[in-house]
Write a protein that binds this ligand. Sequence first.
Ligand code: UT7
Length: 323
Amino acid sequence: MSFARVIGTGGYLPEKVLTSAELEKMVDTTEQWIISRTGVRERRIAADHERTSDLAERASRAALDEAGISPQELDLIIVATTTPDHVFPSVACLLQDRLGIHNGGPAFDIQAVCTGFVYALDVVNRFFLTGASKKALVVGAETFSRIIDWTDRNTCILFGDGAGAVVLEAADEPGIVSTHLHADGKYHELLSVPMGVSANYEQVLKGEAYTQMRGSEVFKWAVKALGDIVDETLLANSLEKSDIDWLIPHQANIRIINATAKKLDMNMNRVIVTVDRHGNTSAASIPLAFNEAVRDGRIQRGQKVIMEGFGGGFTWGSILLVY
Ligand code: UT7
């Protein structure tokens, strides 16, 4: 049996910074309201020419450099995204081509909105456990700004664009230790872009495919789900809260992150936070935060990390890994 062990991380943020002060000029809000209710001071917005695959490629190349392997060695590519370049082909296939990989290995996208990266790590772990993959690239990449109504103050203050990537290799030592995925479609209307290829397509054609959210209901659900999923992860592995070195939560709102940390009695200096500078980058938020904390030396080899996500669907889940 092989574990999926992270051997490289990478991240990419578009150059354009949109501050919460600038949003005051766009919608009926204040910088102070945004920062106090969400913790977001600024977020990055992709340039008009930048697509999700461009962001994914930049993050992937950084992760491959860090891993010290050639793209040709990858036998699996999974991209978690809700904002693919096209209906098809997948961003993963576009990325495979950009990286010059023509070895016939599988490449596909996963759509679980903000839990997408967690879902992707679960899937890649199963490939490793069965021996079907030995070196894989997993990316969370979004141009979420494209599905935001920039006149809707309930949503536009929250989201940003970016990409994060990890390269994993089969190893005898952990690795990904356990994965926990959940979904409950009953809540699909609370957070959605309720239009696409086979529903309300005329709105897509008019450029009106926007995120809709009943924020305070999503908030309550997120706090509960993110707290419960950590308890589930600890129980499944017979671990205590104090055994966990780092928590990497999905970066939706600093109040959700604080509430989860409090529920776990976790000091905030053991929680990785990027929401202040990135906003909510959906599937990219966890790998971006992971990359930042690995690169600045906070997360060290051998430490136990819990990643946890929550998003539209609803979907939620967690990963326990030893870095
Ligand atoms: O990544 C997937 C998961 N997504 C999330 O987890 C997002 C979860 N939700 C949230 O982060 C929060 O619910 C929001 C930040 C979206 C909203 O914060 P809230 O504290 O839940 O505010 P609220 O929706 O209960 O609204 C409170 C008030 C309302 O005014 P009234 O009705 O009390 O007069 C809103 O109209 O705040 C108003 N409001 C705003 N005021 C200034 C809503 N948005 C804004 C705004 N600026 N941007």
